[in-house]
Design a protein around this ligand. Structure first.
Ligand code: SF4
Length: 251
């Protein structure tokens, strides 16, 4: 995200409180390997999810988010052959929705890959009226039991506007804080990870950003994101293309 901000506003200073606060999904798609994958599958339009490095964006034709991935794909001619990267679960979700000719990179997010179906069943057993809300980065068995699938912002809006009072939430549990702020009278149950001995339903990267690090970062104006000019130019094109399509579609 910090790199995307720098790509879109290269003249501005972009700070990141901890340079190790990356993303396992972005790490699962290295530029060198992805370039090889593209060369092995020529003639395809490359759609990459926003959770990628600047180098992957620079190799892509269009960027998408979990909110607009389906619409971005549907906006392309039906006979266009596609590559989708890096999340195999989101790619599989988009493929099922659109039925397009799409090859999917085999990447995952350590959080969304870890939700336990058994954990959902246990919660549903205890709270039969609860609605199951799921991020499309989750594996297919989790998506299949969902009452609603959507991006983090869509899940938040859904809980605001829906009339249920209990939700089983399958996404990074940090969003539950926002849900509670919007609707404090409702109950939000985070889905546990498959391995109940670890806390892997929380994003270990996001959790690296602490209030103290934000304070120090603002005080020292460091660490700063710096990117190569060529990468900024090439990565900016697919992001702007997404923004143009989104604007045209009224998203
Ligand atoms: S939850 Fe963490 S690892 Fe997963 S996509 Fe988001 S930032 Fe990346």
């Amino acid at each position: 995200m910090a790199e995307t901000a720098k790509i879109l506003a290269p003249q501005k200073k972009v700070l990141l409180p901890d340079m190790n606060a990356g993303c396992s999904l972005a790490d699962s798609c290295k530029a060198e390997d992805f370039k090889k994958f593209i060369d092995e599958n020529p003639g395809r339009t490359i759609i990459s999810y926003v959770n990628t490095t600047a180098e992957i964006k620079a190799l892509s034709d269009i960027i998408c988010t979990s909110s607009n991935a389906v619409q971005i794909v549907e906006s392309l001619p039906t006979d266009e052959k596609l590559i989708f990267a890096p999340d195999r679960n989101l790619g599989n979700y988009v493929l099922n929705k659109t039925g397009r000719d799409m090859i999917i990179w085999n990447g995952t997010c350590h959080v969304h890959e870890e939700f336990s179906l058994e954990g959902i069943v246990k919660l549903k057993d205890k709270y039969p009226d609860a609605k199951i809300i799921v991020h499309p980065e989750c594996e297919m068995p989790i998506r299949l039991v969902a009452d609603f699938i959507g991006s983090t912002s869509s899940l938040l809006s859904f809980t605001k506007n829906d009339n249920a009072i209990i939700y089983i939430v399958a996404t990074e549990p940090g969003i539950i804080h926002q849900m509670k702020k919007s609707n404090p009278d409702k109950m939000y149950l985070p889905v546990p990870p498959k391995d109940s001995t670890c806390g892997c339903s929380e994003c270990s990267f996001m959790k690296l950003i602490t209030l103290e690090k934000i304070y120090n970062c603002l005080k020292n104006e460091s660490p700063e994101i710096n990117l190569d000019n060529e990468i900024i130019a090439n990565a900016g094109k697919p992001i702007r293309r997404m923004m143009e399509i989104s604007k045209k579609l009224g998203l």
